[in-house]
Ligand binder design. Structure first.
Ligand code: UDP
Length: 403
């Protein structure tokens, strides 16, 4: 595609699982001649750099993170907050409406389109006001989004009984789910509750947007993509994935393996000493912190199995109840010396998954992890925890029969 000079705004939702794919998309768009402004808040600026290319047509717009009564000051990314804070982050970012409108009005050649995350539905209202197009970026797959939209629209008809099975009769090739496997944010609409109203308004605005772009690919999800085209009544639904992070190591500091800090190369050296397909890689994404009970269960399984493993662990943040989360059972690390690494910190998942020693991936089924596992051709063990992860696990296990 030749240079168009068209200016677009890209607005990621501040969670690593949302930022990584939209930044990869931005990198690809920059090579087509578009001018791109990417909007972030100050604490999220450093997270751009390991992924975002230094292409001269990409500029950044940094706006202050609006204060929110439920979010501790200084925390601006979902990775620093427990999962139930997502609606608060969405609400806080909604306060950027006016500052962003002012920026558009004062810009000499403002963007003529917005690509913004599915959690930023309010940007559709802004786009309408400015008479420009908004394209929703979905970091979830098309099956998961079909389920979310269906639940959200049919919400008043859905009983809140957690064990009720939900049939998605309109969605092709979609197994049933017990309601408890759907994130409360996606299923609980309480009329009159400002948070519910805000989320509902956001999803409705997403549905009304000009287009929808997925981190997915046709061969994987064509039935769900077609279903959404029918549901939305237009063809502007695109699968542009898999969007993958580069094999980077961020932050550039040392990670702690067990009680001792080593370099990322140390992790790779461990893998180099292992036989082909002999190591289980365990990672629950960028946000999920295991409860102490889950930690014990997993550690006990690893201890008894005798397998080689790498367990990348996310430690509780200051917003978690420090007592109840992320505690490694006493003596576990000593019991697995030589065959198991517990990594505290960030090591590139795609780097690990591409190593010949990896034989299986125990995943929470975040959508990026699913795509990265598929691209690496690694068998996956599904341990979904929340959000869209149960739907993703169902796609993986029941529909794709990926083993
Ligand atoms: N990731 C990584 N190293 C880690 C943890 C996560 O590189 O230690 C990356 C992973 O490759 C993926 C993203 O972070 O691209 C996590 O996204 P996913 O959708 O799987 O889960 P989420 O973090 O959104 O729950």
């Amino acid at each position: 595609m030749g240079s168009t000079g068209t200016h677009i705004l890209v607005f990621p939702y501040p969670a690593q699982g949302h930022m990584i794919p939209i930044l990869d998309l931005t990198n690809q768009l920059a090579t087509t001649g578009l001018t791109i402004t990417i909007l972030v808040t100050p604490k999220n600026l450093p997270l751009l750099h390991p992924i975002l290319s230094t292409h001269p047509s990409i500029k950044t717009l940094v706006l202050p993170f609006p204060p929110h009564p439920s979010i501790p000051p200084g925390l601006e990314n979902a990775k620093d907050l427990p999962a139930n804070y997502v609606p608060f982050i969405m609400q806080a970012l909604g306060e950027l409406y006016e500052p962003l409108l002012n920026w558009f009005k004062s810009h000499p050649s403002p963007p003529s389109a917005i690509i913004s995350d599915m959690f930023l539905g309010w940007t559709q209202h802004l786009a309408c006001l400015l008479n420009i197009r908004r394209i929703v970026f979905s970091p979830s797959g098309a099956m998961a989004l079909s389920v979310i939209y269906s639940l959200w629209r049919d919400m008043p008809k859905v009983d809140q009984n957690d064990h009720q099975l939900i049939f998605f009769s309109k969605i092709p090739n979609c197994p049933t789910f017990p309601l408890c496997q759907v994130s409360p944010m996606y299923r609980r609409y309480i009329a009159g509750d400002p948070l519910s109203e805000f989320i509902k308004d956001g999803f409705q605005a997403d549905i009304a947007s000009w287009g929808l772009v997925f981190n997915s690919f046709t061969e994987l999800e064509c039935v769900y993509l077609d279903h959404l085209r029918k549901e939305l009544g237009h063809d502007r639904v695109w699968a542009v994935g898999p969007l993958l992070p580069p094999k980077y190591d961020a932050p550039k500091t040392k990670v702690r393996v067990g009680p001792t800090p080593v370099s990322v190369e140390g992790v790779m050296t461990f893998l180099d000493t292992c036989k082909d397909h002999s190591v289980v890689y365990i990672c629950f994404g960028s946000q999920t912190v295991l409860t102490n009970h889950q930690m014990e269960e997993l550690a006990s399984g690893l201890e008894k199995s005798g397998i080689h493993f790498i367990w990348c662990l996310k430690e509780p943040t200051r917003a978690h109840d420090g007592e109840g989360y992320g505690k490694i059972p006493l003596g576990f690390e000593n019991s697995v010396v030589g065959r198991g690494l517990i990594v505290r910190g960030w090591v590139s998942q795609v780097l690990i998954l591409s190593h010949r020693a990896i034989g299986a991936f125990l995943t929470h089924c975040g959508w990026n992890s699913i795509l990265e596992g598929i691209v690496a051709g690694v068998p996956m063990l599904a341990w979904p925890m929340g959000a869209d992860q149960f739907t993703n696990a169902t796609l993986l296990v029941d529909v794709l029969k990926w083993v």
